[in-house]
Design a protein around this ligand. Sequence first.
Ligand SMILES: *[C@@H]1O[C@H](CO)[C@@H](O)[C@H](O)[C@H]1NC(C)=O
Length: 351
Amino acid sequence: SVDLRECVSVVIALDYATELTQECVQIVYLCMVENGHGLSVTSHPSRVLSRSGGNATLPCTIHRDQSLAPNRKMRIKWTKLTFDLLTEVDVLAAMDYHKRSYGSYHGRVHLCGSSPSDASLVIEDITLDDYGRYKCEVIDGLEDATVVVSLDLEGVVFPYSPRLGRYNFNFQDAERACREQDGVVASPQQLREAWRGGMDWCNAGWLSDGSVQYPITSPREPCGGQNTPAGVRTYGLRNKNMNHYDVFCFTSHYNGHFYFLPHVTKLTYDEAAAACRRDGARMATVGHMYAAWKLSGYDRCDAGWLADGSVRYPVARPRPRCSPTRPAVGFLGFPDKKHKLYGVYCFGPGR
Ligand SMILES: *[C@@H]1O[C@H](CO)[C@@H](O)[C@H](O)[C@H]1NC(C)=O
């Protein structure tokens, strides 16, 4: 019921929680109107891209009536929004020289403060958990203005299921599984981006908002039918305790060295673990392999053990006998750990 022309800024959010077949998404307009007399905040750009280990500046500019006393004290508050918009996580609060940062943000955030009208937030040493939407709120006496900025991370989405086979994770299991693979549960937006990039996966997986979805680029009979449109299919929000699915994890750049251990013969799982240790490293995780493959173009046609007991190989340049048609991480399942058939991928300190 708001005239969009009166918005100081408009944030367009796609509501993926609703039933969605590809292009049918609900668009939610978050409108920042000027309330009171002269106070407003804007953010350009309203989406910032960074990577894990990097820094980012979330822009927020204060506009206020110039006739007001120039050095009036304003309160600046940054919070992180959760998916349901019901709760907010405190990030930083500042009033004059009093500044406070909270929780995992402590010591990693500060205000840019290049001028009195600059309320931009700097986040350093970004982690996967920092991904999401942030609210900049400025309070001047009785006036209050807010704007929302998204922090996006460069990275890769990968499907994950355990040794037990498909559809074995409730939501908590899914969160733990992604952590163990050096990732976090992917968001609906991240899965959609991956689908746009060509991802096609026929098993449904948890996403961070508690929904269960799967991306299909080439519709076919076992995956919802041949005559259905391509898209990200959704089962909607599922019961986080009772329902069991796979999971889509998201990971970004890591600080370290991923490599296929050279000069080894075929190893059992235990021999592989020992070989990485002797090399001053440990066995790589699935997240390490996907990040190396997608973000650094790592290419190796040798099947190798990973820490979770699976055997995979990353092919960035498609060729016969590896991955003939497209770049992919090949998956040979979770073989018997005593099989002496594979090499090993290790992960060690950065070089
Ligand atoms: C992030 O900022 C800190 C402090 O200014 C700096 O020391 C560090 O090198 C920056 N990191 C990156 C990846 O730019």
